[in-house]
Design a protein around this ligand. Structure first.
Ligand SMILES: [Zn+2]
Length: 207
């Protein structure tokens, strides 16, 4: 009731084109560039990347990360859930962001995405993968620096992992962070990790 009233006063507008009715309209989502290309080697059983990190999607992800557009993150998660990927017979696990950056933002964008996916697909969500070490932002690092930066950054807490884990993240570039997360899950016990990522970042600093 309150939400309907709020919607009347402040109707949602599309982040891409500004039209009323949704935070991301169907026409703008239809323009997301589907990712077809190589998949990082990282120990995953399956690895799904939905889109390329470009255009309206890139701008939307940046708004979630830096402009506190949390509901836009939920909308992105709902679109990620609608993509064809792996079994639903699993537990959803968000790849936790840097605690400093999460504290600054007030929420973890991977958790927002994962929560939306879990709601749409009706899969349980687990927060047992935690970040135990602060890492430098990966954006300005090359591939080797990224691997070194995130090694040992994660740990799986609270018993053995479930047999099937769906690991959710917003962006992957080299896959170094995801590889470190999978290593932490496997260290806690044998399981299949299915990675589902919203977008692949294609630009990598090589200096
Ligand atoms: Zn639009």
């Amino acid at each position: 009731m309150w939400e309907r009233f709020w919607q009347l006063l402040f109707p949602d507008r599309c982040h891409g084109c500004g039209c009323f009715g949704a935070l991301l309209c169907q026409a703008c989502v239809a323009q997301f560039t589907r990712y077809v290309g190589d998949i990082p080697v990282c120990g995953a059983t399956t690895f799904t990347i939905a889109f390329v990190y470009t255009g309206v999607l890139r701008s939307a992800i940046l708004a979630v990360k830096y402009a506190r557009q949390r509901r836009l993150g939920t909308a992105l998660g709902q679109h990620l859930a609608a993509q064809p990927w792996a079994s639903d017979d699993a537990v959803i696990v968000p790849l936790p962001g840097s605690t400093q950056r999460v504290a600054h933002r007030g929420y973890d964008q991977a958790v927002v995405l994962a929560h939306a996916v879990a709601c749409v697909r009706k899969i349980p969500l687990s927060r047992q993968l935690v970040r135990v070490r602060q890492t430098t932002a990966q954006a300005k690092l090359n591939r080797a620096q990224r691997q070194h930066n995130v090694a040992g950054a994660f740990v799986w807490q609270g018993g053995v992992p479930p047999p099937q884990v769906i690991l959710i993240d917003d962006i992957c570039t080299t896959g170094a962070t995801i590889a470190a997360a999978i290593a932490a899950i496997h260290q806690a016990g044998p399981c299949h990790v299915h990675v589902v990522v919203l977008a692949r970042g294609m630009k990598l600093h090589t200096a």
